[in-house]
Write a protein of this length. Structure first.
Length: 337
């Protein structure tokens, strides 16, 4: 176990926010974590982080910041010749996993290439991109109860997965540390071209049946063109979730804003938060060192030296304007700490 008191979190969050934790603890195995919870936690406040790519430290953290150092990858027996089962440590970088899977001919995750963060967080957040979501490949999640130090395995159905959400983010928020995730992947590659903009990109490149490697490479290139690199400009990807409204509310909105983009789904009508923010006049605007990215209004950026409070204040102004203009309350995807 690796443990440091009075720890600077600057390089542990992609916003590049300086904040201090009373203590930082990284465990290398689930046994180490169980021992830590049973003998050292002593009821102190605790938050588990991954790469900090969906977090905003609004102040110093008076407690323990916990991190997984479990980076194992293990192929498990599968009951089908068509699929492969892989048990992965929660501390492995998600994109390292995707790369390894593509190299091994284990398919399904290609569209999720280059999503920042670690495997444990991917199972907590139910990451999604370009028509794919982590939940479609997760078989089970192994966790440690952070109060009792007991082990538990949660099958996919028990995780209550939804859009960028799971039981680990909702009813169990803060209760469990994810130590391992078991994924079920396909041996045969079937390109997922359900996301229209990605399909259009392949058409442009004259590739109607891309290989897995071409799929991964194209997703990486598209992402790199669209999103700011956190190593250059601090950010946490999409700051807000896309709101979903009921059909009646949407009909009223559409008559007031006939060009409002929208996608119908089983729970209502999804409206792109980026469009709402842009229409509210925030795209490319900044307040001090906190700004709205000029190429994608859903991304808030640290232009250098912003504090967590600066970013939070900017986000609150955006929420207020969107509410005033459209009557919609934007919800942050980013976790405030
Ligand atoms: C440039 C950029 C692009 C992005 N693009 C996308 C995208 O396309 N799709 C998408 O879905 N997301 C995207 N994101 C958001 C981010 O990549 C995901 O939310 C990711 O899963 C966060 O991983 P992390 O390891 O950084 O977790 P953190 O941000 O550190 O933590 C996120 C949450 O997970 C919890 N957590 C982390 N690890 C564990 C664990 N082992 N056990 C229990 N809880 C844990 C934390 O407590 C917190 O609630 C993007 C972010 C950036 C910066």
């Amino acid at each position: 176990m690796f443990s440091i008191f009075h720890y600077n979190l600057l390089h542990r969050n992609t916003f590049g926010i300086e904040a201090w934790a009373d203590r930082f603890v990284e465990y290398a195995s689930e046994d180490e974590l169980v021992r830590f919870v049973k003998t050292e936690r002593n009821g102190q406040p605790l938050v588990h982080i991954g790469s900090g790519s969906n977090l905003l430290f609004c102040s110093d953290y008076n407690g323990i910041v916990l991190h997984s150092g479990i980076c194992s990858v293990e192929e498990l027996p599968s009951d089908s010749n068509d699929t492969v089962r892989v048990r992965v440590g929660s501390g492995l970088l998600w994109d390292d996993l995707v790369s390894l899977c593509v190299d091994n001919g284990w398919h399904g995750l290609e569209n999720l290439s280059l999503v920042p963060g670690e495997v444990g967080a991917a199972a907590v957040q139910n990451i999604g991109a370009y028509g794919a979501e982590a939940k479609d490949f997760i078989e089970k999640v192994e966790v440690v109860d952070m109060q009792k130090g007991t082990l538990k395995t949660v099958a996919n159905a028990g995780c209550c997965y939804a859009y960028r959400s799971s039981a680990f983010k909702k009813q169990w928020a803060g209760r469990y540390a994810v130590t391992h995730v078991t994924l079920r992947l396909n041996r045969r590659f079937e390109p997922n071209l359900t996301y229209a903009a990605l399909a259009a990109e392949f058409e442009l490149r004259g590739l109607s049946q891309p290989t897995a490697k071409q799929m991964r490479q194209t997703v990486i290139e598209v992402r790199q063109n669209k999103l700011p690199d956190p190593k250059v400009t601090g950010n946490a990807g999409s700051f807000f979730m896309n709101p979903v409204v009921d059909h009646e509310t949407f009909a009223a909105l559409l008559s007031a804003f006939p060009d409002m983009p929208h996608y119908k789904n089983e729970s209502g009508v999804k409206i792109p938060a980026a469009w709402l923010i842009e229409r509210a006049g925030w795209k490319g605007r900044s307040r001090g060192a906190a700004g709205v990215y000029d190429k994608q209004a859903l991304v808030l950026v640290n232009m250098g030296g912003a504090s967590g409070r600066d970013i939070a204040a900017l986000s609150q102004s955006i929420v207020a304007d969107v509410k005033r203009i459209f009557g919609i309350t934007l919800k942050p995807e980013v976790m405030f700490i």
